[in-house]
Design a protein around this ligand. Structure first.
Ligand code: COA
Length: 373
């Protein structure tokens, strides 16, 4: 069978940053405003006061210290609590396509590929800006590629699920070189007014070039030894925003129209699933977890990643074995494991093996085992 490689990755990091201190100050100002507004109902026991958030809790519970966002002003305005994006006309490049194209160009430069080399674009992300035309087709046009493009969504696992589709397309011969693009504007689906989750997400875009080994010219090439995907239905991470909403006459600003989760349950259920998934995927390739040089894991929670690695390796977790990027980026949905790979792969030696693994809503888990050439 034809060998397939990852020959380049790209990263677009929005320049604006929200620190935990800024985030907590704005959340607490929002809570005070709401509590003052509803003081009578709170005093009468008809409504609960909103408790304050804290930097200490966020850092201890998640490991997140800051997040990059496309537009911070609206998020930090206690009267708004969501980003403000200037509406764009249909003749302008969409925001999601814009950041996706930036990451895509970065990945193409790393792989030494021009637009003419790309014959497939997958836009794989946890949210799409619109129903159609597909974001992937707009990104395809923005970068000047031919071939085809389509969107796919498997929440936080979209990137690894996309990589498997790209690998299969190249292996099967329907494409020679496929770009998997992950523009994640998570600030638009995060409920910044919910203390339990307001600190979780950040914006970013990543991209990955997948091509046949015999056409790859980049110095930095990673043979895909295998991919494995699994899903198992769960309501513990859910977002009910969708095209049926307007026919249901429900409130578009209701709590269930943005990200919701049972964080504790997710933690408890997904960690063992992810560790077992990686272990059995490696076993199917004749590899043991201890033989893997690096794990580029989904970046949702530091404790979760530490537990996955402890289950796999039994020992202490170091930045060298499982690099953490969520302290700087927070949870960037599908892009997290690709950011970790992008920023922390250059020191591996030819022959060394690594695992890119995502996990999230669905539940969904995707793993890609790669070997440096
Ligand atoms: N500031 C201060 N205290 C807070 C707080 C905040 N922002 N949010 C919650 N708390 C409090 C709670 O009220 C609770 O108090 P209590 O013990 O008095 O009831 C306490 O902190 C613990 O809350 P809990 O929600 O159980 O925290 P946790 O330790 O489970 O951490 C998450 C929360 C979300 C960070 C964690 O569960 C997690 O990361 N889960 C996995 C999430 C995930 O990967 N999701 C995938 C998304 S793609």
């Amino acid at each position: 069978m034809k060998n397939v490689v990852i020959s380049g990755t790209g990263l677009f990091t929005p320049p604006e940053i929200i620190t935990n201190a800024e985030l907590v100050a704005s959340f607490n100002a929002y809570a005070e405003l709401q509590n003052a507004k509803h003081a009578a109902a709170i005093a009468a026991g008809e409504r609960e006061a909103i408790a304050a958030s804290s930097v200490e809790f966020i850092e201890k519970a998640s490991g997140i210290r800051q997040r990059h966002v496309i537009a911070k002003a609206g998020v930090l305005d206690p009267h708004r609590m969501r980003p403000y994006f200037e509406p764009r006309g249909d003749d302008q490049l969409s925001l999601m396509a814009e950041i996706g194209a930036r990451a895509a160009r970065d990945a193409m430069a790393a792989a030494g590929k021009s637009a003419a080399d790309i014959d497939g674009v997958l836009c794989a992300a946890a949210n799409m800006q619109r129903a159609y035309p597909a974001m992937a087709v707009e990104i395809q046009q923005a970068i000047g590629a031919g071939g085809y493009g389509f969107d796919m969504n498997v929440a936080c696992s979209s990137a690894t699920f996309g990589i498997e589709q790209a690998v299969n397309a190249v292996r099967g011969g329907s494409a020679k070189c496929v770009l998997v693009v992950n523009p994640e504007i998570t600030s638009a689906h995060l409920e910044w007014r919910d203390r339990d989750c307001h600190f979780i997400f950040g914006d970013v875009a990543t991209a990955t070039v997948v091509e046949a080994e015999d056409t790859a010219t980049a110095a930095d090439r990673w043979r895909v030894l295998g991919t494995r995907l699994v899903t198992q239905f769960s309501n513990n991470i859910r977002n009910n925003a969708g095209f049926l909403n307007r026919c249901e006459d429900t409130d578009p600003d209701a709590r269930d129209k943005t990200f919701m989760q049972e964080g504790r349950k997710v933690f408890k259920e997904v960690v063992p699933m992810a560790a077992a998934h990686i272990e059995s995927h490696l076993a199917s390739l004749g590899l043991e977890p201890t033989k893997v040089r690096r794990y580029w894991l989904h970046q949702a929670n530091l404790g979760m990643n530490q537990l996955v690695i402890r289950k796999l390796l039994g020992g202490e977790v170091s930045q060298d074995v499982a690099p953490v990027i969520l302290d700087e980026y927070a949870n960037t949905a599908s892009a997290g494991s690709i950011i970790a790979f992008h920023l922390h792969h250059a020191d591996l030696q030819p022959g060394q093996v690594g695992v890119i693994c995502s996990f999230g809503a669905g539940y969904s888990i995707g793993s890609v085992v790669v070997q440096r050439l």
